[in-house]
Design a protein around this ligand. Structure first.
Ligand code: TYM
Length: 340
């Protein structure tokens, strides 16, 4: 690999986003976030991270966790992230995130963190381990973004509240210590920002769902994908139509729209007079076909651990150098003694 240069193009805006390495990404992760990351790489300075420190807020088996982190890194590259164009790295390899997180936690109110809906959900889900990391998680997420002075953060709908908090923390820091951080904007896709469970379309699609049919994993094979779509919960109507109260069909239409680029009117006319069975099969096939290149590329990448290591090591070094400048400036602002 060519020696990478940490200097970024200062005329381009900076993008940061992250994803937890908690297993194979879901179709929700893919359509709501990752699929949109690749096309941004030419227009922006992109920094993408496997956020393993965030994943540690839930108890994990260390060996499985380590393996999954590398697999998820390979999966990001398989989804089209180019480690030459973007900085693609593993969060724990850059200690500057955690260091800035401490500083930012002193600009964050306890009350703000108690209002985070994901904290409420996750602490209900894991009542035996409501650890401090789970509570301060959104501060680390703010640090991930602010430590690069990112302008834009491509995310799905469920991360909007965390992003809003990151913006508030940035504004508060700037008011207290003088202009320092860029206040980042969310970059949420018009279609696909909230892909729902195939078994309960009022809930978001999530890999932690107990029912495996609720969730498409992006490495599922074609037969599995089609089978899961065939079993998707719909309604007692028969018309493929985007309408209030048709959550299951609306979700399938959204998915179909994301993978084919067709709008809702086009989808309605394509399936007019046809039943839900035909429609579900078409959605399954379209999704499986669009994920085929990801599966093929992943198989190649995961077999080459040395290449992956080279990529994430290089990514970590570039991320560290870039963030160090911003962290040093923030450290001076708050009054830490300079020793460099
Ligand atoms: P995570 O790992 O839960 O999800 C990664 C991305 O996938 C999106 N997403 C979805 N989009 C549409 N429909 C769904 N069903 C769906 N499920 C997940 C998420 O919105 C997210 O964009 N806290 C973050 C990770 C993170 C981060 C950051 C993101 C840590 N630091 C800094 C952006 C910037 C999380 O847990 O995402």
């Amino acid at each position: 690999m060519a020696e990478s240069n940490e200097a970024i193009n200062t005329t381009k805006k900076v993008i940061f986003s992250g994803i937890q390495p908690t297993g194979v990404f879901t179709l929700g992760n893919y359509l709501g976030a990752i699929k949109n990351w690749g096309p941004l790489q030419d227009e922006y300075n992109c920094i993408y991270s496997i956020v393993d420190e965030h994943a540690l807020t839930v108890k994990r088996d260390p060996a499985t966790f380590r393996k999954q982190t590398i697999e998820c890194y390979a999966l990001l590259l398989a989804c089209g992230l180019d480690p030459e164009k973007s900085i693609v790295f593993i969060q724990s390899h850059n200690p500057n995130h955690a260091q800035l997180s401490w500083i930012l936690s002193c600009c964050t109110q306890f009350g703000e963190l108690t209002r985070m809906t994901q904290f409420k959900d996750k602490s209900q889900k894991h009542p035996d381990d409501v650890n401090a990391g789970l509570f301060t998680y959104p501060v680390l997420m703010a640090a991930d973004i602010l430590v690069y002075n990112a302008d834009l953060v491509p995310i799905g709908e469920d991360q909007k509240q965390h992003l809003e908090l990151a913006r508030n923390i940035a504004v508060r820091f700037n008011q207290r210590y003088g202009d320092m951080f860029t206040v980042p904007d969310a970059y949420i896709p018009k279609t696909g920002a909230r892909i729902k469970s195939l078994q309960d379309p009022t809930k978001k699609m999530s890999k932690s769902d107990d029912n495996p049919n609720a969730c498409i994993l992006i490495l599922d094979d074609k037969d599995t994908i089609i089978r899961k779509f065939k079993r998707a919960v719909t309604d007692s109507d028969t018309e493929v139509r985007y309408a209030e109260g048709k959550d299951g069909i609306n979700n399938l239409m959204t998915i179909y729209s994301c993978v084919t680029g067709k709008n809702m009117d086009e989808i309605e006319s394509e399936f007019s007079g046809k039943g839900y069975g035909d429609f579900k099969l078409a959605v399954g096939e379209a999704v499986a076909d669009s994920l085929e290149p990801v599966r093929t590329e992943y198989a190649k990448l995961i077999a080459d651990k040395a290449y992956l290591k080279q990529c994430y090591t290089d990514g970590a070094q570039r991320a560290f150098r870039l963030s160090n400048k911003i962290l040093t400036k923030a450290s001076r602002k708050v009054g830490f003694v300079d020793y460099r």
